[in-house]
Design a protein around this ligand. Structure first.
Ligand code: HEC
Ligand code: HEC
Length: 367
């Protein structure tokens, strides 16, 4: 047996970049203010996958889809023989062939559904326009996205387990071959044409550059934000002046119509304060609040607050189930911090809230 070059540099580079991007994106999905980072990684994964699909149709020995063994009978034979005698596979064995195809499909579905969540829920990205129309499906898309992401990670772990098992039982050199490209087998080496080399270099390089570009220049169409700043002072000066004097200016979309009406009709007993107004002013502000209440907003927080209110007449945002759920992880001590002092001081952590912005990427808890 001789040393044979099986995995080209492009294939190995693709592999490691995909591992890093998917891994990081998965880990960071839990951290709200890393959303842009998560999305940038997602787009990069999308580009890498497209590359891999095109590569699979090019005439690259061992990497092309034609060289994958997707025969089910071979897969079962392989599985049964996991602990048995070693059988040599030059490229992908039946199990890894299946794993790779499943991973490509699941990762693509995760990227597409992720773009849909980003568009419907956040009003951001290439599909940001969808927030205005099908925002009510945001939770469905989120579930679908999580499903594909979790399924992908599950296959990744099965794949890793298979590779490790192969190494332990059969002393396979699959792992080292993904690093140096060589396997000890009797077969032909992979040879890339000049076109294939250039193609691989440019496409993979562009995926990385694209990712870097999105980080350094976030105001691009891929991260496009349909949530525009609202200048409430210009929109409704009276509302602005009256309702910002004691606390954060709460955007009207954070409560439903009924809550605003209840609140506005009892301003004398406003959370222990007297915030009463002239009847005429009260009417004008109430009209504005009702017109822009949660029912009339496509924002994630509006939609979710509205759906979480079961008790009618709730007038504190901080008493809604959705608010409580989203702030559940924050320790009570944090709210007592001198830069925050109380839960209702939203602007301490959400710097854009008084311009109507509650994007995940703008959340920052002061020290
Ligand atoms: C005289 C001071 C004062 C004025 C004026 C005032 N508020 Fe308040 N508001 C309070 C206090 C005090 C609370 C209790 C929470 C807090 O301590 O910040 C509160 C709480 C709220 C809450 C609930 C916040 C939560 O905990 O979720 C909303 C909503 C609210 N106010 C809306 C308004 C609106 C709309 C106006 C303008 C019509 C207004 N407020 C004007 C003093 C005021
Ligand atoms: C101590 C800082 C802090 C304060 C004060 C605070 N928040 Fe938050 N808020 C957060 C953090 C952190 C998250 C993200 C939680 C998570 O990861 O789900 C969050 C999430 C949210 C979300 C969900 C984000 C989204 O895109 O829908 C909304 C809505 C929200 N906050 C509204 C408010 C409002 C309204 C107030 C004031 C009544 C407030 N918050 C006060 C820290 C704070």
């Amino acid at each position: 047996m001789t040393k044979v070059y099986v995995w080209s540099l492009a294939t190995r580079f693709f592999h490691i970049l995909l591992v890093l991007a998917v891994g990081l994106a998965y880990i960071l999905s839990e951290v709200e203010n890393f959303l842009s980072f998560h999305v940038a990684l997602g787009y990069m994964v999308g580009l890498l996958l497209l590359y891999r699909i095109v590569w699979g149709f090019m005439d690259v020995r061992y990497s092309k889809f034609k060289d994958f063994n997707l025969n089910l009978r071979d897969l079962f034979a392989y599985m049964i023989n996991v602990f048995g005698e070693k059988k040599e596979y030059v490229g992908h064995n039946p199990a890894s062939s299946w794993a790779i195809v499943s991973m490509i499909v699941l990762a693509l579905l995760a990227v597409v559904s992720g773009t849909l969540v980003y568009g419907t829920q956040e009003g951001m990205g290439v599909l940001s326009f969808l927030n205005a129309t099908i925002f009510k499906d945001m939770e469905l898309f989120e579930e679908i996205h999580e499903f594909f992401a979790n399924a992908l990670i599950a296959v990744v772990f099965v794949h890793i387990a298979g590779v490790v098992l192969d190494k332990v039982v059969h002393k396979s050199d699959a792992i080292s071959s993904m690093k140096n490209g060589y396997k000890n087998v009797d077969a032909k080496s992979v040879e890339l044409s000049l076109f294939q080399r250039v193609f691989g270099f440019i496409w993979i390089g562009s995926s990385v550059l694209f990712f870097v570009y999105m980080l350094v220049s976030p105001s691009n169409i891929m991260l496009e934000d349909a949530n525009k700043r609202v200048d409430y002072k210009v929109k409704h000066e009276l509302f602005y002046e009256e309702c910002i004097s004691c606390h954060t200016l709460y955007p009207p979309y954070l409560l439903p119509k009924e809550s605003w009406i209840t609140m506005m009709n009892d301003l004398e007993n406003h959370f222990g304060d007297d915030a009463s107004l002239e009847e005429e002013d009260k009417e004008l502000i109430q009209e504005y609040l009702v017109k822009n209440a949660a029912e009339n907003s496509t924002k994630e927080s509006a939609y979710k607050i509205l759906n979480s209110i079961d008790k009618k007449g709730i007038i504190a945002i901080t008493k809604t189930k959705y608010w409580k759920k989203r702030h559940d992880d924050i320790d009570d001590e944090v709210f007592k911090n001198k830069n925050i002092s109380k839960k209702s001081n939203c602007k301490a952590c959400h710097k854009g809230i008084e311009q109507g912005l509650l994007n995940d990427k703008d959340i920052k808890i002061p020290k």
